[in-house]
Ligand binder design. Structure first.
Ligand SMILES: [Zn+2]
Length: 128
């Protein structure tokens, strides 16, 4: 791998693919080195693919509901993964219960939802 490929791949992984794409395109406009241009053109589809995945992941993270560790430990809260409604009196490992709010069979106990990576847990800051 040449330096430019190395550089763009590192940017895509550690900063963002979106930024790497911007840099790649700018480089294409400025470069008069045909080997480099060819190399960047070959790299762009991979960067675009990565960008799509990174955007999708960020969107998932943003739409995921956040609960506290106390909510999970309470052991009786469920969440509907379709509409977001919270339900009480649901076992921690419940799966596919019918949601009273939207009717979807998508109510999961918080523990189960957490294991599935469907909710965020807010870490409470320790008070001094
Ligand atoms: Zn629902």
């Amino acid at each position: 791998m040449s330096r430019i490929t190395d550089d763009l791949c590192a940017t895509a992984c550690y900063v963002s693919a979106h930024y790497a794409l911007e840099r790649a395109r700018k480089r294409l406009r400025l470069s008069d080195d045909s080997a480099e241009v060819e190399e960047i053109n070959e790299l762009i589809p991979a960067l675009e693919e990565m960008d799509k995945r990174q955007v999708a992941r960020a969107q998932r993270r943003n739409t995921m509901q956040t609960f506290t560790t106390e909510d999970v430990e309470a052991g009786n809260i469920g969440v509907c993964l379709a509409c977001g409604a919270e339900t009480y009196g649901v076992e921690p490992d419940a799966r596919e219960y019918t949601c009273e709010a939207c009717g979807a069979k998508k109510v999961y106990g918080l523990e189960e939802a957490l294991v599935m990576g469907k909710i965020n847990i807010e870490i409470e800051e320790e008070e001094e």
